[in-house]
Design a protein around this ligand. Sequence first.
Ligand SMILES: Nc1ncnc2c1ncn2[C@@H]1O[C@H](COP(=O)(O)OP(=O)(O)O)[C@@H](O)[C@H]1O
Ligand SMILES: [Mg+2]
Length: 326
Amino acid sequence: MEKLLEIKNLKVQYNTDEAVVYALNDFSLDLGQGEILGVVGETGAGKTTMALSIMKLLPEHVAEVTGGSITYRGTDVFTMSQKQLRDLRGAEVSMIFQDPMTSLNPVMTVGSQIDEVLRLHNPDMTKADREKRVAEILTMVGIPPERAVQFPHQFSGGMKQRVVIAMALVAEPNLLLADEPTTALDVTIQAQILALMKNLQEKFGTSMILITHDLGIVAEFCENVAVVYGGEVIERGTVEQVFARAANHPYTDALFQCIPDLTSDMARLTPIPGFVLDSRTAPAGCPFAERCARCTERCKNEKPSIHTVEAGHSIKCHLFENGVSQ
Ligand SMILES: Nc1ncnc2c1ncn2[C@@H]1O[C@H](COP(=O)(O)OP(=O)(O)O)[C@@H](O)[C@H]1O
Ligand SMILES: [Mg+2]
């Protein structure tokens, strides 16, 4: 698969008045053209920070990139010109945020908001053609096109998220970053929206990163999965490899143990009881050491490297030093 996106040893911290938060520590991840990757991890793991970094949308002044790189189609995102960034955020990458109101303007009709995206990306398109396209994309996401004249507050939560998806897709992005797009929605609507996104992904051949804390969604929707813990990707593989449970990072193991039945609605990723992820100290060793049942002295002091357990399946843990669990 051709490499589309490459995040290498990325380090991002938030410098707040109270503390320095180490959000991403040595975060590495590749994405191939056309790949559908699930990024899974509990709240605070650094998933949103990763997505914002790709778009170079980290909050200014507070966020600081202290190391590493991101390349998109071989170009370094952090050194892109304003024009290259505009193209990246417009024509190349679209992001769907968890809260639809992050992307919607409350005082503009949904039709004119979609129209604005179109106008930005296709300056030569006539008004009539844009109108036609707005109606088409609304229909595609299951919104009657006559609702284009309505305002966001006239839509339910699920419908608002559909509008956001329509806005993300009308630009025909090459990469869709979906940050917990269905977390706020009820299970039925969640399933509908995911099915819709999958259809559109298949139709347009879009590459996709689906951020979620729900392993059930990953199993159903993604071909590959990256497990994030403490600002690092600690396991990466195909859904089959990771869900086979033959070899997993102890954190991934713990995640699976928290889930009674993957096919039920209970496949939510609950933090392992008794611990809260604290990103205010950068760990000297493995970020999971403190919570790990199999932790050794070495784990506390020495950062594990990434070990390949099988082609396409890698685990960042000392236990897998020789490719098999010790
Ligand atoms: N704007 C911010 N200012 C300070 N800390 C932040 C900010 N955004 C995120 N963080 C912190 O960075 C860490 C990673 O957060 P985030 O990327 O939002 O994780 P996730 O999306 O996996 O829940 C957390 O400890 C979070 O509290
Ligand atoms: Mg988040």
